[in-house]
Design a binder for this molecule. Structure first.
Ligand code: NAG
Ligand code: NAG
Ligand code: NAG
Ligand code: NAG
Ligand code: NAG
Length: 188
């Protein structure tokens, strides 16, 4: 056998025996320490939010959101999101804000993109009274408004219900966000 050919086939064999990973560097939003500061017990029985990574090979954070509502909620709920920037250990309000109505917010893919639409597919907005478990929510980097140039901040989300022109506070919550880069390992 031609020696070069032999070496070549050995090399091919050797490579085929390796567990090859494609490592890809991604930039993503880490969402940590979600906090529900307030919810109105007239409309909401219970709510909880958690955010965590699934495993060490996936840097992305997934948010699980549980809410038990007592009344139907739809576009009569205003969603107001305020971006704060972390500076010298304190969160300062920026001029970046998102204002929407609940079902429009979801339909437009604001902030959570497709992940929220996927999570509610069996319980479309407007929501009927009962429990809603929304899993695997993510905030894609491209959904953070371009005019929020900071690396680290906090996202406040306050909601209000409107009845006959009267506004009532529904909930107040926040989550810390940070732009990070990380390596995702994908086995080939
Ligand atoms: C709300 O949920 C938390 C945890 O999911 C639970 O510990 C608590 O008892 C619940 N509260 C009510 C009022 O259901
Ligand atoms: C809010 O909107 C939902 C869905 O449209 C409706 O069923 C509900 O009665 C409204 N609630 C109030 C308090 O107006
Ligand atoms: C939603 O999650 C809560 C707590 O995590 C659980 O007790 C409840 O059974 C779940 N409800 C539904 C409809 O899946
Ligand atoms: C969330 O994602 C994990 C991992 O992909 C999957 O196992 C789980 O079924 C998903 N949960 C829901 C409710 O889609
Ligand atoms: C949103 O709610 C927080 C409390 O969690 C409050 O401090 C803040 O003033 C509210 N923002 C606005 C603009 O109402």
């Amino acid at each position: 056998m031609n020696f070069k050919l032999y070496l070549f086939s050995f090399l091919l064999y050797f490579i085929s025996q390796l567990d090859i990973y494609i490592s890809e560097k991604i930039v993503y939003i880490a969402t940590e320490r979600p906090m529900v500061v307030y919810f109105n017990k007239k409309f909401i029985n219970n709510v909880s939010v958690a955010s965590r990574r699934r495993n060490r090979d996936d840097p992305v954070y997934y948010i699980n959101f549980y809410i038990d509502i007592l009344v139907p909620l739809g576009n009569n709920v205003s969603v107001d999101v305020f971006f704060y920037e972390l500076q010298n250990g304190r969160y300062h309000r920026t001029f970046v804000e998102i204002h929407s109505k609940l079902c429009d917010f979801i339909e437009a893919g604001t902030l959570f993109g497709e992940s929220l639409k996927r999570a509610i597919k069996n319980h479309p907005c407007p929501f009927q009274p009962g429990q809603l478990n929304l899993s695997n929510l993510t905030i894609p980097l491209q959904n953070i408004p371009k005019n929020f140039p900071y690396k680290q901040g906090r996202l406040y989300c306050n909601t209000t219900i409107v009845r006959n022109g009267v506004f009532t506070k529904l909930s107040e919550s926040y989550i810390d966000i940070e732009v990070r880069s990380g390596i995702v390992k994908k086995s080939t």
